[in-house]
Design a protein around this ligand. Structure first.
Ligand SMILES: [Zn+2]
Length: 353
């Protein structure tokens, strides 16, 4: 008897375009969300987005509560939960880069409340995905949360974000190639549940982005459009899979380990991109896709070397040899690389000297 069942949880409203910041209130109305919202934001996004959106709400007779986050920490999540309870809010709106949105996502999950995502930077696929992660002491706290009820992505605001945030978002998507390679491998060797549909969507998303690389230029609002749509589609792939597998393999383990070894040195997407060059080499060898990945990253101004990340060679080698221990996720790294093999792949791909 066929007894399989699956849940696919997706955002209900996705609004992308110039000036859609003004439509947040309409989106909330359309979702039938009532009562008082809590806006979770950080200093710059507050100015460009959260304050103007709050003014729209106030004009409609709704007074949002507001928390401004300085750093993405577990304490910040707890502070948001405390404010939500004290102010008697009924849903959350995350307004900002990855940080504010991840925190709003984790807090709303804990509070059992709906949340909406208003990204102000197209810096990673967390703006739409069902996973949230914040550093927790020495590790990262990553949980399966709900995806946002709605995503409102104003390309006017996104295009004004620092350029490196956009290239980090692009690199995060380019890494889908190796994430899917790892997922297939884990399916073959460890019988990890695999979705052909989610894998195809994830790979196609990376292909479309690479195919449009010439549209991705600083100050071009179209860049924000291309990248945001790709981040959405990557998030949808994760929702279909019910896991982050379509967009997160060994290159993500590598990046998480760099976050521990060299905190704050480089952006998530940039670290993941460099990791992806090396894990593509491990999967396919010299004649594989690694050069295409490297060239795609270079063409959008994303780092392709340790030096461009601002991380020293030894830290790269250490991250490669230890990152398989971070979580129980089977990838091409298997039970770990030894130091000589790690140095070899990093040198052959030009990541280190
Ligand atoms: Zn990522």
């Amino acid at each position: 008897m066929f007894e399989k069942s699956t849940w696919i949880r997706l955002p209900r409203n996705v609004v992308v375009g110039h000036g859609v910041r003004n439509e947040v209130l309409d989106v909330i109305d359309d979702l039938h969300l009532q009562g008082r919202p809590l806006f979770v934001t950080s200093p710059t996004p507050r100015e460009v987005a959260a304050d103007p959106i709050a003014a729209d709400f106030e004009a409609a007779g709704i007074e949002p509560a507001m928390v401004t986050i300085e750093k993405a920490t577990f304490d910040a999540v707890e502070r948001v939960i405390d404010v939500a309870e004290a102010e008697d809010v009924s849903y959350l709106v995350g307004i900002g880069g990855g940080k504010a949105i991840d925190i709003a996502k984790l807090a709303s999950h804990h509070l059992n409340m709906g949340f909406c995502s208003v990204p102000t930077a197209a810096s990673h696929d967390g703006i739409v995905s069902n996973r949230g992660s914040v550093p927790n002491g020495d590790s990262r706290h990553s949980v399966a949360a709900e995806p946002p009820l709605a995503v409102v992505a104003d390309t006017g605001i996104l295009a004004d974000a620092p350029w490196e945030l956009t290239t980090a978002g692009c690199a995060d998507i380019i890494s889908n190639y190796t994430a899917v390679m790892d997922w297939r491998l884990a399916n073959r060797l460890q019988d990890v549940e695999f979705s052909e549909y989610a894998a195809a969507l994830s790979e196609m998303t990376a292909e479309i982005l690479v195919g449009n690389a010439d549209l991705i230029r600083p100050g071009l609002e179209e860049s924000a459009w291309v990248v945001t749509k790709a981040l959405m589609s990557s998030g949808v792939a994760m929702s279909i899979a019910g896991s982050s597998r379509p967009a997160s393999g060994a290159e993500h383990l590598f990046s998480h380990q760099l976050d521990r070894l060299a905190p704050g040195a480089a952006l998530h997407g940039h670290q993941v991109g460099v990791g992806s060059i090396m894990t593509a080499y491990l999967h396919q060898g010299e004649d594989g896709l690694w050069r295409d990945i490297r060239d795609a990253l270079a063409s959008i101004d994303a780092p392709t070397t340790a030096a461009e990340l601002g991380i020293d060679d030894e830290t790269i080698v250490e991250a490669l040899t230890t990152c398989h221990e971070i979580r129980d996720r089977y990838t091409i790294l298997g039970n770990g690389m030894n130091e000589r093999a790690a140095r070899d792949v990093a040198q052959k791909t030009g990541v280190i000297d």
